[in-house]
Design a protein around this ligand. Sequence first.
Ligand code: SF4
Ligand code: FES
Length: 252
Amino acid sequence: MATPVMDKAEQISAAFPYITVTFRIRRFNPEVSAEATWQDFLVEIDPKERVLDGLHKIKWEQDGSLTFRRSCAHGICGSDAMRINGRNRLACKTLIKDINPGKPITVEPIKGLTVLKDLIVDMEPFFQGYRDVMPFLITTGNEPTRERIQSAKDRERFDDTTKCILCAACTSSCPIFWTDGQYLGPAAIVNAHRFIFDSRDDGGEQRLEILNGNDGVWRCRTIFNCTDVCPRGIAVTKAIQEVKRALITRRI
Ligand code: SF4
Ligand code: FES
């Protein structure tokens, strides 16, 4: 009697360790062509491995010219945000089994930033927006002689926005950022929020003025893409709303 043929989903559920997955990757090399193209790679991979593992296999075993950023490989450094199956994710936190490996897995650079090569974009405009909101503690008055005390309740106020790893998944998923290169973007606002609502900081008014400008929070149309894609689970839209409210009431 013939042995029944298992499809990929059955292979996974039977814990068959390796499956063959098609990685469909957006390639771009300005030294070769001005046009980006799609290239398919077949990869033998354990479905419990991550997209980053698949990219490593391609780079190390098939095509050393494939170019992408990564560092920690554990969701901390924020360097490997990319569009995977049309959605911004960290390649190191995305398991193959969770993204329908029976079909080609598409991998593209994040949107709204100039592609330099393959999956690498120019992050400078993103980091300029971050620098613009002064993401550091600003204090006035005399140098204290002891540490600045903060209650647990006051610390809680900006706890969520301390978790940002500057991966740009939020900003590069925002249609306003795509169409309008001037918008500071969700990540910059999240990092402004982190200091605006810090009871030890005295620079809140300055930051609010920056965010009240043409490139600031009022460009946000509350689309929620940013919140949906944040790999740290930060309530990005809520943080933006809190900054808007602070601007209206001028109460921090
Ligand atoms: S808010 Fe989330 S998605 Fe945006 S840069 Fe920070 S960690 Fe990444
Ligand atoms: S490689 Fe550091 S967050 Fe993915």
